[in-house]
Design a binder for this molecule. Structure first.
Ligand SMILES: Nc1ncnc2c1ncn2[C@@H]1O[C@H](COP(=O)(O)OP(=O)(O)O)[C@@H](O)[C@H]1O
Ligand SMILES: [Mg+2]
Length: 269
């Protein structure tokens, strides 16, 4: 038996874009806590902060002086991704922070012929160092999100349990289908996660059952409850998983991470 007879056991890196064009639906919270939960089971994770607001960077305790080289410079080609990567206090979890310059990037990117693939190209240099790259997308379907969707293998969609949730998501699903057809044939929806679920609110229940009826198994079983500890954590520069591991929000994100990893191993073993 030679080495080539062994099955390849090296897991290929996977890139998951956390996307929804609506703001305030839990993208950043989900990216940060999913990443933290995955890092806790010894996965090597890179979070790419693609929102000019920089909430993922702040929520992971990245100082402003550590953001001098950020995702803007990487996209524009001024710096390599290696120069932008910052370590966090969580072992195995690295970040490419964002910066305010990123808000102008949509316009600057138009100049480049390869404007739809700049992130994918830049990521290639380091993607093999990680098990998962999670992209925290901005609340729009412009060039930044499109760059995330061409770079990604899969999309994870946080959906807030509120009225009109389904209408917003159908636009996103159409965009994903379009990108898949034209630029990234392997792109898939990893799943839809219901966020900020309020068990005292009948609307939350109604929205959750509508979404499940419409999307079926794509919707994760795990539902993220509305939880005050989750909203407190970012001001401490920590994922809620570190801020209060036992709270309902943290426990839900641990379940979500295990569901995501289970789907990954089923689909891409
Ligand atoms: N499960 C939750 N319970 C309570 N507050 C939450 C929860 N998830 C997110 N939040 C809060 O809601 C706001 C929007 O969440 P965020 O993750 O930043 O959304 P997005 O990235 O989609 O704009 C933030 O202030 C965040 O702390
Ligand atoms: Mg955000």
């Amino acid at each position: 038996m030679t080495i080539s007879d062994y099955p390849l056991s090296i897991q290929k890196s996977r890139c998951i874009a956390v996307a929804n064009q609506k703001g305030g639906v839990g993208k950043t919270t989900t990216a940060i806590n999913l990443a933290t939960a995955m890092a806790a089971v010894r996965k090597k994770i890179l979070i790419l902060d693609l929102d000019p607001q920089g909430n993922a960077s702040t929520g992971l305790g990245v100082r402003h002086d550590q953001r001098a080289i950020n995702s803007y410079h990487v996209l524009i080609g001024e710096n390599s991704i290696s120069e932008a990567i910052v370590e966090t206090s969580i072992p195995g979890l690295h970040v490419v922070p964002s910066g305010v310059d990123l808000s102008g990037a949509e316009i600057e990117l138009v100049e480049f012929e390869d404007r739809l693939f700049r992130l994918k190209t830049a990521l290639a240099e380091r993607i093999d160092d990680y098990d998962y790259v999670l992209i925290d997308c901005p609340p729009a379907l412009g060039l930044l999100t499109v760059n995330a969707l061409t770079a990604a293998n899969a999309v994870l969609v946080p959906l807030q349990c509120e009225f009109f949730a389904l209408e917003g998501i159908s636009h996103l699903v159409r965009t994903i289908e379009r990108i898949k057809k034209s630029y990234n044939p392997d792109l898939e929806i990893q799943g839809i996660v219901l966020t900020m679920f309020d068990s005292r609110n009948n609307l939350s229940d109604a929205v959750a059952s509508d979404v499940r009826q419409y999307f079926g198994d794509i919707v994760y079983e795990t539902v993220i409850p509305r939880n005050v500890r989750v909203s407190e954590a970012p001001s401490h520069g920590k994922p809620v998983l570190l801020y209060d591991t036992r709270c309902a929000g943290s426990q839900a994100y641990i379940h979500l991470a295990s569901e995501v990893l289970k789907r990954e191993s089923r689909l891409h073993a």
